[in-house]
Design a binder for this molecule. Structure first.
Ligand code: ARG
Length: 465
């Protein structure tokens, strides 16, 4: 193993405990492919500027590729003394290609190198998450499509409010996941900026063409201020924020599945393969997958908070504190990926208890608002209608009956505007199908929403081809 890169000005060796404490190799080794990709591009840029000859550039590039193979073949050795992945690769390169390796670090510092690596990594990671979210949306739509006739209670305050189609309820999540996708696409624009050439913090005196490097690596922009470029972690925070919002959505869905699978609700049955038993209570079938999605949301929020806290007091430009960013970022990426994936696997296997959902939608006075609306169509002002139906509900509660189980004569005691047609009017299916405005729960509106979603999914997959 070679000497430390920065050993020049030191007389004492670094303490072993300090090497272990300051090393980040266990975390950042997963950036190896991006570090090599970045170094190869940097090498070409140096050749273009005449800082290395084309022969040297070829030698360096071959050496870097060899290191990549070693890492992938797991023959590469890691040592805490070499701190991080950048130093590991650079020092191994020196062993393979000899002194020419020392030229590679011209016009570059680990400060711009590490941001480059993370930007390359996160660009791929975000693209992969967007694809996975697309798969989840497809699943949501296909399950919704099977349930355009399944009726259920819609809730506010977790109290039964008005009947809706299960498809409508599910498609609400499709919308949330669409916004999550848009947020990730937005943050890609800020990730896709090339920092190399900022060097330690002030830029470099060497005549490199930064736009050329950006082109080689597929970046849309080069960073405009070298100090900002090495100090900026906004793009990670922005991602963690988008990831947190996405996790919040997954967690709400998970919470609903947990509640729905309880015997109190009994709306769904979870697939055996996705539930777990209890070590003591033989009757139990626990919704652990959904619970863990809900729990892991907290972790991702924590990563966001930790990143914000990490950055809030750091003076410009690079500070070693920032090394802590990667563990948080990787954890956010991994957790979000895992949760989207498992949710997409779980959803299509859930059995919805249609009879129970339907029964729940027709008990608990979910048609009270419609009765008021009915009175409005008969010329009664809404506030008065609201009051009148309130009295009817009170009466019905006392007689332990639903509104639609009261007799016409009973109803007419409260208002002579009520006629025999009211019983059809209060049918769940009619209540649902009257809500035909865009975004409403009418079968027609929900089917239109599903068709629109399918067109969008189709278009996105065609665009990718
Ligand atoms: N391992 C470091 C990090 O992750 C790389 C940058 C090191 N720069 C430095 N000046 N020590 O932040």
């Amino acid at each position: 193993m070679s000497e430390k890169l920065w050993a020049g000005r030191f007389q004492e060796k670094t303490a072993k405990s300090v090497e272990t404490f300051t090393s980040s190799i266990d975390v950042d080794r997963r950036l190896y492919a991006y570090d090599i990709q970045g170094s190869i591009a940097h090498c070409k840029t140096l050749a273009k500027a005449g800082i290395v000859s084309s022969k040297e550039a070829r030698k360096l590039t071959a050496g870097l590729k060899e290191i990549k193979q070693e890492i992938e073949a797991q023959t590469f050795e890691y040592h805490h003394a070499l701190e991080d992945i950048h130093t590991h690769i650079e020092s191994r390169l020196a062993e393979i290609v000899g002194p020419v390796a020392q030229k590679l670090h011209t016009a570059r510092s680990r400060n711009d190198q590490v941001v480059l690596d993370v930007r390359l990594y996160l660009r791929d990671a975000v693209a992969a998450i967007i694809r996975l979210l697309g798969r989840l949306q497809k699943v949501v739509v296909s399950v919704a499509k099977r349930h355009t006739e399944t009726v259920m209670p819609g809730y506010t305050h977790l109290q039964r409010a008005q009947p809706v189609l299960l498809a409508h309820h599910l498609m609400a999540y499709y919308e949330m996941f669409s916004r999550d996708t848009e947020r990730l696409q937005d943050c890609l624009a800020r990730i896709n900026v090339m920092p190399l050439g900022s060097a330690a913090l002030a830029g470099t005196p060497h005549p490199i063409d930064r736009k050329y490097t950006a082109n080689l690596l597929g970046f849309k922009k080069v960073s405009a201020n070298s100090m900002d470029a090495v100090a900026d972690r906004d793009f990670m925070i922005e991602f963690a924020s988008a990831a947190s919002i996405g996790m919040m959505h997954l967690s709400r869905l998970a919470e609903e599945l947990i509640v729905w699978s309880s015997s109190e609700f009994n709306f769904i049955e979870l697939p055996d393969a996705f539930a777990t038993g209890s070590s003591i209570m033989p009757q139990k079938k626990n919704p652990d997958v959904a619970e863990l999605v809900r729990g892991k949301a907290g972790r991702v929020f924590g990563n966001l908070m930790a990143l914000l806290t990490l950055m809030k007091s750091l003076p410009l430009s690079y500070n070693r504190d920032m090394q802590e960013d990667k563990a948080l970022l990787f954890d956010a990426v991994d957790t979000l990926n895992a949760c989207i994936d498992i949710t997409a696997q779980l959803l299509p296997k859930i059995k919805f208890n249609k009879a129970r959902l339907q029964a729940a939608a027709s008990h608990g006075y979910l048609n009270a608002t419609d009765l008021a609306d009915y009175l409005v169509t008969k010329g009664m002002p809404f506030r008065e209608a609201h009051h009148c139906v309130g009295q009817i509900v009170g009466y019905a509660v006392r007689s332990r009956k639903e509104l639609h189980a009261l007799s016409l004569a009973d109803l007419q005691k409260f208002s002579d505007r009520i006629e025999g047609e009211i019983f059809d009017f209060l049918k769940t299916s009619q209540m649902i199908d009257r809500r035909t405005t865009i975004g409403g729960t009418a079968t027609r509106a929900v089917k239109a929403a599903i068709r629109a979603a399918e067109r969008k999914i189709h278009k996105t997959s065609a665009d990718k081809k």
